[in-house]
Design a protein around this ligand. Sequence first.
Ligand code: FE
Ligand code: CA
Length: 521
Amino acid sequence: MSQKPLHLLDAVWRGQRDRRAFLVGGAAILASSALRVQARPRWDTDPFTLGVASGDPSADGVVLWTRLAPDPTAGGGMPPQPVEVRWEVAEDDAMRRIVKQGKATAVAEWGHTVHVEPERLEANREYWYRFQAGGATSRIGRTRTLPKAQDDVSRLRFAFASCQHYETGFFTAYRHMATEDLDLVFHLGDYIYEGPGRDNLTRRHKGLELASLEDYRNRYAQYRLDPDLQAAHAAFPFIVTPDDHEVDNNYAGDISEQDTPRDEFLARRAAAYQAYYEHMPLRRRSLPSGPTIQLYRQFTYGKLASFFVLDTRQYRSNQPCGDGSKAPCPEVADPETSLLGVGQEKWLFDGLSRSGRRWNVLPQQVMMARVDQLPGPDERVSMDQWSGYDADRTRILEFLATRRAANPVVLTGDIHTNWVNDLKVDFKKAESPVVATEFVGTSITSGGDGVDFPARMKDVMGENPFVKFYNSQRGYVSCSVTPGAWHADYQIVSHVTKPDGERSTRASFRIRDGRPGAERL
Ligand code: FE
Ligand code: CA
C-alpha cells in the first residue's frame, strides 16, 4: 500500500538484507542474526502502553503514531532488534471497513516509535486507525483529514492547549477536551517539563533534570502514560510546536538557561529534539538532524483558514537586557534582536502574502502583546516574550496592518494564564488601530489550581487597555471558526491538584470577519 517507512528506518531495513552494508559499517557480526527484523515478536506485557496519536493532517493524509514500550519509563523495555508493526486505517470506528494498511519497522535508534504517513485518503473526513505487533493490538484512534485547499468550508472546530507540568496537577482538562466535537488540536508547547522530581507536589517526575536522550524518552513516556492525555490524542489529530521546557527553561537558540558551553547545550538540544520528534505525530520533514528540527510549517483549511505554526525558540537571538522582566534596554529595539530568525520571518511574510484565506492564524508560543507589568510611568516587560524582540514584533504587526492577510489571529501559550489582547503597531497609543487579536490560552496544569483573578491584575489591566480579559485558572480554549466569525470559549477546570475537576466556560469572545478586535459575548 502507500505506507513509506522513514528513510532512516528504510536504511536499517535494507541493511538487514544487504550484508555488505554491514561489512562496510563494521557490524558484520550483528547483521546475520541479532538485528533481523522481528516480524512476530512475543510479548510478556502490552507494548502499546503509550497509546496512539495522529497529527499534521493534510487533505490526503495524516501521520499515525505509536511506540513499542513494554517498560515505558525505564528505556522502553525493548530489545535492540527492529520490530515489524502493522497498521490499518478504517472508515468506521469498529475497524470493519479497512481502506489502507501496511507495515512499518520500529527501530531502537528511534526508540521503537512508529510514524506512518498513509496517502490518498479522502479530504475532510474521519478515519480510525490501530497498530499490531506480534499478537498485541493497540487501542483504536480517531483522526481527520483536512479539506482541500480550494474547498468552501462552513466551519472548523479546534482547541488549543499548552503547559502540562505533570507534577502540578492532573490532566483533567484533556478528559473534557476529548468529549468535544473537534477537527483538530494545537499544542503550543511545554508538552513536558525538564526538571527533576520534586517532593510534596501533586505528582512526581521520575528521574533527575533531563540531559540524555534516554532521560527525555522516559519523561515523554511518563507523561504519555496519563490516560486523559492518551484520550485526547486518540480522539483528535494534533498539530504541535514546542516551547522551552521540551529542552531547557528559557533557552534561546544555542544558549541554555545556565549558559552551559555551546557544544554541551547543543548535544542536549539534539537529544531533546530527537525525543520530541519520536513522541509526536510529526511528518518526515520534521525528522531532526543533530540539534536542528524543522517545525515551522503551514496548514491550509480549505478557503477558510491558513495556519502558520511558528518556532520561536530554535532560531531566536539571546534574550536582551539579560532576560527576566525589566525596563527595555536599547537592544530590545535592535533590528538584529530576532525571535523568528531571518528565514522563518521571510517564510511567514511570503506565506501570509499568498494565503488568500479568510482567517490567518499564528499558533505560537510567547505573548505578542506589549504588556507593561508596572502601573505608572516606569516600565517592565518580559524579555522572553515578543516584548524583548520589539523590532521583530513591529515588523510583523506593521505587515498585518497592511491587511495583505485577512483577519489575523495569534494563538499563544507559555504563561499559564488566559488573556485576550488587541494587537497594535503601537501599544502605547490608544488611537493606534487594532490589527489583530491574540488569544492566550492558560496551562493544562502548570501553576496548580490557580485563581480567577488575582487583585494585582486590576492595575496591570488598567495600565494596558488593549488587554480585554484575564483569568488565572487551568484549562484550554476551544474555537469555532466560520467564514463570518471566530468564536472562542475559554474552558476552565475547577481544580487540577485533585482528580475529576469540573469544566466550565469562563468567558466567550467573538471576532467578526473584517472587524479586527474581539468582543466579549
Ligand atoms: Fe509553561
Ligand atoms: Ca508602567
